[in-house]
Ligand binder design. Sequence first.
Ligand SMILES: Nc1ncnc2c1ncn2[C@@H]1O[C@H](COP(=O)(O)OP(=O)(O)OP(=O)(O)O)[C@@H](O)[C@H]1O
Length: 553
Amino acid sequence: MVLYELIRRHIQIKKRTFFALGCISGLANALVLALINNVAANISDINKENHILYYLVLFSLTIAIYGLTQQRLMTKAAQMVERAIDKLRVDLFESIRHTELSTLEKVGKERIFNTISKELQTISQSAQLFVIIGQSISLVFFTSLYIAWHSFVAFMVISTLIMVGASIHRLRANEIQRNMRISFDSENQLIHRLSDLLDGFKEVKLSEPRAEDLEREYRRDSNRARRAKTKTQTLFATDFILSQITFFTATGAMVFIVPMLSDVYTDVVIKVTTASLFLIGPITSIVGGIPVFTTATEAAQNVLALERDLKTIADQQHTERLKSTENLTSFKAITMQGAFYQHQKKSSDRPFSVGPVDITFEQGKTTFITGGNGSGKTTFIRMLTGLYALQGGQILLNGQAVTDDNRLAYRSLFTAVFADFHLFQQLYGIRDLSAQEIDEWLDFLEMRAKVSIQEGAFSTIDLSSGQRKRLALLSTILENRPIYIFDEWAADQDPIFRRKFYEQVLPRLKARGNTIIAITHDDAYFHLADTHLKMEEGQLFTHQDSESNGVLS
Ligand SMILES: Nc1ncnc2c1ncn2[C@@H]1O[C@H](COP(=O)(O)OP(=O)(O)OP(=O)(O)O)[C@@H](O)[C@H]1O
């Protein structure tokens, strides 16, 4: 059972406690039936012998035992499932944190959002239901024993009908699963379209045809999800009706068939018929619970699949993390030897590759990289910073190969403002903040009138895009790493601040001993770089060489 496995992997399930509580609760419930049947059948004798009080106390005691055990079971189940989900949620977050960028790109954000938010919630909501189903199964078991004790034939009739009902459900399980998969995929698509609408809200507002197309696609996916869900619910509803019919058939069989098959007395027929009627509650609970249970199982499968897709790399990264605790604060040179990376092929597209690249970056030098759109600059930066694991060649740090043992320390050499940067309001990971240094940099970046830093966070990030980029720059400066990566940082700055960036900010970082690698198209400032590289079709050249097409070495 996937769901059980998922919970068991994260916390220790006290099987014996659950089993014992489930049995006591089911037995107490069945005892209520036995008592009622017995008192009803012998009421005149009991009254005559003045035993009614005794039966009343027994009856109340049985109900109290049932109530207490059931309450304990439900509380325990909720605690257990919530604890497992808590662990699972944090584990998934950790796996994502340690996974490779290429894996994350492959898995897709929508699937991660959908799994962590919706699927975990589905599992959480099913906690109480597991208890009700478990308890109902136990009640069906004890009631069946009660029936068997009175009439074996009646027991056989009930068992056969229950088995027929269960088999019908089993036969349709694949179709239910297939439709659930379609609705999960459609929901991922719906999240994707909704992100398109919210992230691209301005663009959507400006273009009616775009808005219409987006809405059409959203409607189509929503429709697909609706059809798959309706189909699933219809299958469940038919199951429910079939179970009710099976149940009525079973009860009818107690009156019409059992007396024909065996030699039973009227009071036995009444008892087994009452017992059979008593089964309606638990059977309805079991059948009614199947949709939630199946949905939760499917959710557990999706969680496991996501965990599996993220895990292999995460485990590797975890070892890496344990081995590598040092935080490098300086370096002399980084050399790439035959470094090669190829993006995964999408459908019939030709896969794009960068390299082989042979180049050395020395400490304290400023390097500018230029190149056309799609020439591979960003891919190259991701290779250099260790965000993409090389598929060929190697990186040497001060002459020593970067391996799994030191990759994390190697990555900690870099700080970056990427073209698609994310500005964190909270200054995560920046521990030693000097108020004086912050104020000085805020002044220098001409942001002091707009923003301050309070309790390790920017007072606001509701700013213009150029101003947000300055705050992203400030975050990297406060991080104070040896190597600064800028991907077209100055592109959205005004000409005055753009000049300041090249003529004052970069030299100030260089004066601190920082190494700068910047992707830029600002040719007016190319002379400020120590090295000027050019990327063409995934190949890296020095600027002079690019005229004669000489590959770097
Ligand atoms: N995640 C990805 N999956 C598959 N292919 C990719 C991916 N990212 C980039 N590519 C491919 O790699 C090529 C180079 O992309 P890259 O982002 O490195 O170029 P770039 O020089 O930084 O471009 P730009 O100046 O437009 O930002 C693209 O043409 C694209 O086909």
